[in-house]
Design a protein around this ligand. Structure first.
Ligand code: BTN
Length: 262
């Protein structure tokens, strides 16, 4: 029987992130668990071995009914206006990439806005949810799912999903990766809250594999091919559609490669 508990992460160099970690062997979704415990302190992390109803972006399911990955959510309480937080999820993506690069020496990058891609396949997804009351941010939950040991994915996603084990054949200790993500995320988070993306965007762009590619855009207002030209200083995607420049924010579309996932 695995005990649900408050646990400590090793090698944590943070002031707030992960100072409290609520661990459950099983929960429906760590994002839901964080929401149910939103009275907890800023920086509290919710961690589960197994999620019975893991959630992805755009209402999709995130397969995590096994303990083959790192399934975690961070509860954040920024004193910011909601509109100032639209690219926080990009910052989380950069933190995860920086952390993963410490464990694996492989072709890893960010598919805009925040899918982490290893060898052109998705290894990590991020679901950021913002809870607002009368234009005041109550809290933000940043849910991060990293596939670590999955050896076989369902047929529908087997050509677009991967794990550290399937690509690199190595084991990463979950708690080590958790600590490293938090160590990377905390300073970037405070930089972002103070100055926006100004001092982060260049590093993000260096890791972003979307820019310079032909992409397929799908969303309420888009269903077309485009060329990803660049990112704005606010982290929006600048695309060319039939020769016309358009600026797209991260909630608006889903971006795929023309011939595959990236
Ligand atoms: C996506 O790429 O669609 C986002 C996937 C986010 C998955 C993580 S796993 C931990 C947290 N709990 C959830 O239910 N979802 C996020």
């Amino acid at each position: 029987m695995i005990k649900d508990d408050i646990i400590d992460a090793q090698n944590l160099n943070t002031q707030f992130f992960g100072k409290a970690i609520v661990y459950k062997h099983q929960t429906d979704s760590t994002n839901n668990l964080a929401k149910q415990n939103s009275d907890k302190l800023h920086g509290t992390v919710f961690l589960a071995d197994v999620q019975t109803a893991g959630r992805g972006r755009s209402g999709r399911t995130w397969i995590s009914d096994n303990s083959d990955g790192l399934w975690m959510s961070i509860l954040l309480k920024p004193e910011s206006l909601p509109e100032k937080l639209s690219s926080l999820t990009l910052v989380a993506g950069l933190a995860v990439v920086n952390a993963m690069k410490k464990f694996i020496n492989a072709d890893i990058g960010i598919k805009w806005p925040n899918d982490i891609v290893l060898n052109k396949k998705k290894i990590c997804g991020i679901l950021s949810e913002i809870f607002v009351d009368e234009n005041t941010v109550k809290y933000v939950i940043c849910g991060i799912g990293v596939n670590l040991n999955t050896e076989k994915f369902p047929d529908e996603i087997s050509n677009i999903a991967c794990s550290v084990k399937s690509e690199c054949g190595i084991d990463i200790v979950k708690n080590d990766l958790l600590s490293e993500i938090l160590n990377e995320f905390e300073p970037l988070y405070y930089e972002y809250i103070q100055n926006g993306l100004k001092n982060i965007i260049d590093d993000y762009k260096k890791n972003c594999i979307t820019v310079g590619k032909e992409v397929l855009l799908t969303g309420t207002n888009y269903n077309c091919n485009a060329y990803a030209l660049d990112l704005t200083d606010e982290g929006e995607l600048i695309v060319l559609i039939d020769g016309e420049k358009k600026i797209i924010s991260s909630g608006e579309v889903s971006v795929r490669g023309l011939f595959g996932y990236v």
